[in-house]
Design a protein around this ligand. Sequence first.
Ligand code: HEM
Length: 348
Amino acid sequence: MAFCKVAFTFSVIFLSCNTIVSFAHPVGFGWWGGDRAPVSSIGSAGLFPGYYRVSCPQANEIVISVLKRAISGDPRMAASLLRLHFHDCFVQGCDASVLLDSTSKIASEKNAGPNRNSLRGFDVIDEIKAELENACPQTVSCADILAMAARGSTVLSGGPSWELPLGRKDSRTASLGLSNQNIPPPNSTIQTLISLFKRQGLNEIDLVSLSGGHTIGMARCTTFKQRLYNQNGNNQPDLTLERTYYLGLKSVCPQSGGDNNISPLDVSSPARFDNTYFKLILWGKGLLTSDQVLFSGNVGNTMQLVRRYAEDEELFFKQFAKSMVRMGNIGALTGLKGEVRKNCRHVN
Ligand code: HEM
């Protein structure tokens, strides 16, 4: 409900602001990540796009058909699945550790602070896995399913596609502790964001382009409340918030209670993968502190990158695709390491 209210309120505002972004810059080169391929050495060994060409040629088709069904029933699901891959990759690498349920030996990452009451999409992953097990038993890993689901969700939302290296194996362990340490909190400073991405082998270009994943999906009031009422411990809001946007957010997210009310991360087109996320940031309408500090943090090149992606959607799409491949390569288990789980929630 909160979603419709805010989206409606702000779509009006958005229309009246349409003219703000127009820059003229050369396209496709330079440090902001145009055509220059980022060095992609991180954990990429052994992954390649044709991994299932013989063993399960219909794997991606199956993923897409389940995604279509799931997203048509629940349009937010595309966003939730994109986020699931991110939360997997930042903890022990992209090994499907995030999907494991708790047992006597495993403390599930699902109970970590950034994930509890927040991560969604586990049932959709189960459905994809069940169909894949039917078609090609014990062949397609849960980690690869997460990577294919993230790409499929991006494409089905109107975003870019990319050649996806495959062949990840699934972990036999999870780490609740690393989930709490490695996944950036929503009130992060720009320095914290840069250093948490660096820990994964990702740079500022990856940070800004991948944050563009917030062009779809929702966040709970609890993740942005501090900005509305007490950003710096002086009972004042975050002054980088545009005023009308701020007033709208207060109506969805009261000072007391309402913690689970949700608001779109991209208020003008919450289900469409586009570059409005970056335009909104220029206008002081980034939802999370971590969104707004990419522009106002005044560190490194992130501010210029936000401008570049706001002005040039194609550039953003190209870089997002490259950075998703880089993120998807983090700590991949290949060869004899790991296993292909039969059920994504449990080790074999
Ligand atoms: C840069 C650091 C990041 C921070 C601090 C951050 C934080 C958050 C938070 C707090 C939420 C809302 C969760 C909730 O209220 O339950 C969220 C949602 C989301 N995040 Fe991020 N995130 C970051 C990076 C990313 C990346 C790299 C991606 C993917 C490429 C991503 C994709 C998403 C998506 C799609 C949603 C919406 C999920 C849904 O609607 O279910 N985020 N993020």
